[in-house]
Design a protein around this ligand. Structure first.
Ligand SMILES: [Zn+2]
Length: 301
């Protein structure tokens, strides 16, 4: 058991190692914010590549969550930032002040049922969250998304794999059947597991550790992400970005930048990515997750 990993994700890993850059493959942003302000925040935190993810939930993408297309559509070059190029999967931005560079890339986090799953005491079925990049799959079941991603050579990641969405209580820990399913599907379709999800100190600290142990034991690909939540406050957004992610060798970032294609960066993450950062502090967790929920309850929503 790598208890050192637990210490790292609770207390953080310090600065980004020499010769490596920080990539965050899973995060969400609020439509009410200016994309330029979010880009400035990412550059301030030393993020080199950031996924802009919307949701494929039962009811579609929640209105407050900005999609990659809208994000880059509203981004403008100004005296501080220059958009070098932009297409439907990847956008290159440079900060004029110090030449720091940022790649934005498209992502979607889909919620889908695992066909034939049994659920448990507090949840009827195994609902899986899957993050894919550069595609917008239509689907009925989790396995269909993973299969399609594999067939199209697109990277897929099972997000917070041992934290299962459960309507009544938000989340439950994965039971044995669900853990076995995660390992089986990840192996079958070459999907990565998210072994650090930075959002939720209460749930994610034990499950991050657990996912990493199981992933290493089964030789699975692991990636690490902030899962920053879309909040309308720029201050809260600034605090969430760059707190966690995957570091890769800088040459893979340079290659993606020069070629205008980001697939090599994904392979670098999945085969040789290192965890960076930590889960949110309890104080930030309260402000990002608990306080908005209490407010909605008080509003009777
Ligand atoms: Zn997410």
């Amino acid at each position: 058991m790598d208890l050192g990993y637990l210490t790292r994700i609770v207390f953080g890993t310090g600065s980004i190692p020499e010769g490596r850059v920080l990539v965050d493959p899973h995060a969400h942003f609020h439509r009410g914010l200016e994309p330029n302000d979010i880009v400035e925040a990412l550059l301030d935190k030393g993020v080199s590549a950031q996924a802009i993810c919307d949701y494929g939930l039962e009811k579609g993408n929640p209105e407050h969550v900005i999609s990659y297309d809208e994000f880059v559509g509203r981004l403008n070059s100004n005296s501080g930032l220059e958009i070098i190029s932009s297409n439907d999967t990847m956008t290159k931005v440079k900060r004029n002040k110090n030449y720091s560079r940022l790649i934005l890339f498209s992502g979607i986090e889909m919620e889908a049922e695992v066909e034939g799953s049994h659920g448990g005491l507090l949840h009827a079925r195994h609902m899986m969250h899957i993050v894919v990049h550069g595609m917008k799959p239509t689907y009925d079941y989790a396995e269909e998304i993973l299969k399609r991603a594999k067939n199209e050579h697109k990277p897929a990641t099972i997000a917070h794999p041992f934290t299962i969405p459960a309507r009544k209580v938000e989340f439950v820990y994965a039971n044995e059947e669900e853990r076995d399913t995660v390992v089986r599907l990840a192996k079958k379709y070459g999907a990565a597991l998210e072994a650090l999800n930075g959002t939720n100190s209460l749930w994610m600290t034990p499950t991050n550790f657990w996912v990493r142990e199981v992933g290493l034991r089964n030789n699975l690909k692991l990636v690490y992400s902030s899962d920053a939540h879309a909040r309308e406050s720029l201050e809260l957004t600034r605090e969430q970005v760059g707190i966690a992610g995957t570091t890769i060798e800088k040459r893979f970032f340079d290659k993606a930048w020069n070629e205008g294609r980001f697939w090599g960066m994904h392979n670098a993450m999945r085969y040789n990515g290192q965890p960076f950062g930590a889960v949110q502090s309890p104080a930030l967790f309260y402000r990002v997750m608990i306080a908005p929920r209490l407010q909605r309850m008080l509003n009777g929503e």
